[in-house]
Ligand binder design. Structure first.
Ligand code: HEM
Length: 90
């Protein structure tokens, strides 16, 4: 059996506007780091790294935004959703 965490994170019964990335979503009971006894041991480290990296990036490039003229190219992976690359404007 395989649990599709990325799909659970878009469950419209749990999340309002489930398909939208809302960075300050509250409450946000997502499964990106799993759940229960196998909950990701690296979750606090990953959260801290993301916080530091995003803060530094936005301080350096305050006008950073997605270049919506470029098509999104999804990375082919059943378990983790992402992009091959993301064009941005500075
Ligand atoms: C954004 C980054 C990360 C994501 C999305 C992520 C996601 C996950 C998920 C979904 C699980 C649960 C797998 C399952 O239930 O079978 C997991 C487990 C685990 N993760 Fe992560 N992880 C990340 C980063 C890290 C990092 C940086 C470390 C180590 C420094 C780490 C160490 C582990 C370990 C050791 C487990 C197994 C826990 C167990 O089975 O008891 N992860 N991770």
């Amino acid at each position: 059996m395989r649990v599709w965490l990325a799909s659970a994170n878009r469950d419209e019964h749990q999340f309002e506007n489930a398909d939208r990335f809302i960075i300050d979503r509250e409450p946000n009971k997502h499964f990106a780091f799993g759940n229960g006894i196998h909950f990701c041991l690296g979750a606090p480290l990953s959260r801290l790294e993301a916080k530091i990296a995003l803060k530094a990036l936005l301080e350096e490039f305050p006008n950073l935004r997605v270049d919506s003229t470029e098509p999104l190219k999804p990375a082919p992976n059943l378990l983790v959703h992402g992009l091959e690359s993301l064009s941005v404007l500075l």
